[in-house]
Write a protein that binds this ligand. Sequence first.
Ligand code: DHB
Ligand code: FE
Length: 279
Amino acid sequence: MARIVGALTCSHVPAIGSAIAKGLQQDPYWKPFFDGFVPVREWLARVRPEVAVIVYNDHGLNFFLDKMPTFALGAASDYGNADEGWGIPTVPAFRGDPALSWHLIEALVRDEFDLTTCQEMVVDHAFTLPMALCWPDQQWPVRTVPVCVNTVQVPLPSAARCYRLGEAIGRAIAAWPGDERVVVLGSGGLSHQLDGERAGFINREFDQQFMSSLVQDPTWATRFGTTELVELAGTQGVELLNWLVARGTLPKAVRQIHANYHIPISNTASGLMLLEPIG
Ligand code: DHB
Ligand code: FE
């Protein structure tokens, strides 16, 4: 039986890719952000996961507004990155794990999550940045399974539905006959809004309550509708739905290994959490 060794959730601002390309990790603006990942990398070196299930939202690289699946799962043998228009260097392709992907797809559809299955898929900054922060040498020691959630175009899946998707992914991984160590990455948030009258909106109090809820009371955020979550966290802050999927893969009882919260990175409140299952 495969085992989820932990869930790691973090923000995914494209400017991070530009800072990596320019080697700005020690720059005063960036240092409090990049330093947050030092304990994460120590943990990864100790736990050595073999597979990463990455829960993220695509921003128009693979899916566009004309065809927007609520939930999509990659089943390719590799996933490329591509220029999203900023000229940030692309990163080496990621190895997939088609057998595990199909196992997850079959288990999730059986569990009544009607997914879009993708045998070809390019992955954007929401996938590549958490990977590059975890493994800065970009040698990617893990096979990957992309789980893509629509946090972009209404109607969005509810927080409760996202949490239940995570629970179903957790059950499906536990039922996989392999003995892999699996890390689940949740990418996005925390509060930010990039456009409209509230551009620049950040809600520290909500973010911090949300982060502590993931340890103490993981379904706390499921009381909010998606419009309420947009009000509380911003139009793009609703990417926190990806954190809820990742959290749902773990049992109720978790241990917080590490957390960091830093405002701002670009227009975003940057959050980072590493949780391990207890028992
Ligand atoms: C920013 C944040 C995002 O989540 C994103 O996808 C793009 C840009 C930002 O703060 O600049
Ligand atoms: Fe985003």
